[in-house]
Design a protein around this ligand. Structure first.
Ligand code: GAL
Length: 668
């Protein structure tokens, strides 16, 4: 995937790293706007996202537009040297719209219709919503297409609403007609002879309603459809703004571990990827899941720099208890994102709101103003980033990939499985964490990615595997790749139907074994394993009645009804190898196995103090080693690297001392 010309132009315009946040001037008076611009300059802000929720301020009554205030704001920002990421305000339809078009309010999964008064209160399939969103988008693009402040388009906000409205049923039917071509094909794909769910007319097909035991193929297609329906909304607005400003990049903001939109399908539709993330300061290791999400964002567009679009300077306000970010944590988290490929560090939001449901959400400029320590930290970070322009555009290289696939996520959560407590992001994190702890560079792929850059592929619990995924995986192993794949993988095809030919149908010849039955273990059961090298360990949660064909056992059960049968096996295929884990190894054993496999491909773990994260970005101007100490104590790190720490300006020769939350960027 090449960097689009729009993003190349954006990078040139910004001339380095981007720093800023959401700016909601409609909540403030013009004298405050002036103060804002002056303070943004002090903080080194160079990009603000404007108008994300401003539809009601731009079109207070149907067809009546008020752009004067936004004209003035954009002029002020431009005069102050601040570029604008201009939003289409379509995440928050105005009250008049919801009143005039009540059918557009989404019906959620319990059958209740949303009322006006929050945000994202629209059914993405509603023709009225789409028409009005297109109209306000056109008005904005028409008006600001030549505004010199305009640097980027921010379409909508955090797309994600699932709606069970009549309009959704209509659109779902059209989507299914396109996917399957005929009702016969749909009946076949959905196995509708089961429980007499056979459809004789398209009019009978609709969104899956409340019943918990609804058809798993239908539910899976509804997940796919919901992602696509939201994507259609994005695409429609993207196409409008592009028609006015073909040279301005267009994107929207993604979320951390977000299930309602398949970001692999979305990322190629935009000019760059952007993430909103709010790691919980109360969770001592929330930076590990953050690291994974950063790696995912970078990988979605093949390693291109991405934007950290929203984070908080300190506390959020949406949880039961909202802890502050202790001094230094905001800076460390910002550099962590940069260390994993972000070229933009932005926040929600610039100035703290005095009212509304986020009045206690921290901001770059808090209620307590420029005396506050968070403001001082923001200002210091902005000034620091201004000196790091050389890093923008540089890349991260990885030989290891981990699979994160929305279709697998969805299919594991639809019920009717041998056990129904799979939490896919947690399963993925079990596999990612040891690689993170070993400071190994990891990219993220999905089941259909190009794998040619990778020597080791880690696949957590890929229950759903369609023919394309199976063929890619087979070709990868045959071509010399190593795969580690966890239990309950390769079981169903893309329609959630069990692959014929015995479990795991999609993987049987690859793993060189077949499975008679899946045996979930009882709570607390310790499954004793005996390894080929003599080690004894225990596993939990899951067993499989595995029978070897070409494969070799690496570990067998040492007691119980499966005693002597393989729990972990390997198979050689072509010039590659696959390791299949038929049970849930302990975190320690899983980690050790993954690190052993990484070492076999030449990726040696870095043994550093706990909580220290090291990554490398490479570019034309050099190579930068990022070191972030997430731990609570000062550390001395043996890096074997010499160069200059760009943040302190001091030379580093092999060893580095870092305070808690300390960061170094060593240019070598
Ligand atoms: C994001 C959202 C922002 C703000 C923020 C609060 O999800 O895009 O508008 O609500 O959360 O943390």
């Amino acid at each position: 995937m090449t960097v689009p010309a729009t993003m190349a132009a954006f990078a040139e315009r910004m001339g380095g790293l981007v720093f800023g946040g959401d700016y909601n001037p409609e909540q403030w008076t013009p004298d405050v706007w002036r103060e804002d611009v002056a303070l943004m300059q002090q903080a080194g802000v160079n990009l603000v996202s404007v108008g994300v929720f401003a539809w009601a301020s731009l079109e207070p009554r149907e067809g009546q537009f008020e752009f004067g205030w936004l004209d003035e704001v954009l002029d002020l920002l431009h005069a102050g040297g601040i570029s604008v990421n201009l939003a289409t305000p379509t995440a928050a339809p105005p009250a008049w719209f919801s009143e005039a078009y009540p059918e557009s309010l989404p019906i959620v999964d319990n059958g209740v219709r949303f009322s006006f008064g929050a945000r994202a209160h629209y059914d993405p399939s509603s023709p009225d919503y789409r028409a009005h969103a297109a109209r306000i988008t056109t008005k904005i693009a028409e008006r600001y297409q030549d505004h010199p402040a305009l640097a980027m388009w921010h379409i909508g906000n955090e797309y994600g609403t699932t709606a069970y409205n009549e309009a959704a049923s209509v659109r779902f039917r059209e989507w299914l007609q396109q996917r399957y071509g005929s009702l016969d094909a749909l009946n076949e794909a959905w196995t509708t002879r089961f429980w007499g769910q056979y459809y004789s007319e398209w009019s009978q097909v609709g969104v899956p309603g409340a019943p918990a035991w609804s058809n798993p193929a239908r539910k899976l297609d509804f997940k796919r459809f919901t992602s696509d329906a939201l994507l259609e909304c994005f695409q429609a607005e993207r196409d409008i703004v592009r028609s006015f400003t073909p040279n301005v990049p267009v994107l929207t903001n993604f979320m951390r571990f977000y299930g309602n939109a398949d970001y692999w399908r979305w990322a190629g539709e935009e000019d760059a990827v952007a993430l909103d993330i709010y790691p919980n300061p109360a969770e001592p290791d929330s930076h590990v899941a953050a690291a994974f999400n950063f790696d995912l964002m970078r990988s979605l567009r093949g390693g291109q720099p991405w934007l950290l679009m929203e984070q908080s300077t300190s506390a959020v306000c949406q949880w039961h208890r909202n802890h502050v970010k202790q001094p230094g944590r905001m800076r460390a988290g910002s550099y962590q994102a940069m260390a994993r490929g972000a070229d933009a560090i932005m926040f929600f939001q610039w100035r703290a709101s005095v009212g509304g449901s986020e009045r206690f959400h921290s901001a770059m400029l808090p209620h307590s103003g420029t005396e506050a320590r968070t403001w001082l930290e923001v200002k210091a970070l902005g000034q620091e980033l201004a000196g790091l322009a050389e890093i923008a555009g540089s890349r991260i290289e990885a030989k290891i990939a981990i699979c994160f696939d929305w279709e697998v996520w969805w299919s594991l959560g639809l019920g009717g499985l041998p056990r129904n407590d799979f939490v896919y992001p947690d399963l993925v994190m079990r596999h990612y964490r040891p690689l993170w702890e070993a400071n190994l560079a990891v990219d993220v792929v999905n089941a259909h990615s190009d794998l040619s850059d990778y020597r080791l592929l880690v696949i957590p619990n890929a229950y759903l595997m369609d023919a394309d995924a199976r063929d890619r995986l087979t070709a990868y192993v045959e071509g010399g790749g190593t795969v580690v794949i966890s239990y309950f993988s390769g079981v169903v095809d893309g329609t959630n139907r069990v692959w014929a030919n015995g479990y795991p149908g999609a993987l049987r010849s690859l793993i060189g074994a077949h499975i008679h039955e899946y045996w979930p273990a009882g709570d607390g059961d310790q499954l004793q394993l005996h390894w080929a090298d003599g080690a004894q360990t225990s596993a939990t949660d899951w067993q499989e009645d595995i029978h070897l064909e070409a494969g070799r056992a690496l570990a067998t059960y040492s007691e119980g009804p499966l005693a002597g049968q393989p729990a972990v096996l390997e198979n050689s295929v072509g010039s590659g190898r696959i390791v299949y884990l038929g049970t849930k190894l302990s975190d320690v054993d899983l980690g050790a196995l993954l690190i052993t496999e990484a070492s076999r491909i030449g990726e040696q773990p870095l043994d550093l103090p706990a909580g220290v994260e090291v990554t490398r970005r490479n570019g034309e101007a050099g190579s930068w080693l990022f070191v972030v100490n997430h731990g609570d104590a000062a550390v001395e790190v043996e890096l074997g690297e010499s160069g200059v720490d760009l943040l302190s300006g001091t030379p580093v020769d092999g060893t580095l001392k870092l305070e808690s939350t300390g960061v170094a960027i060593i240019r070598s």
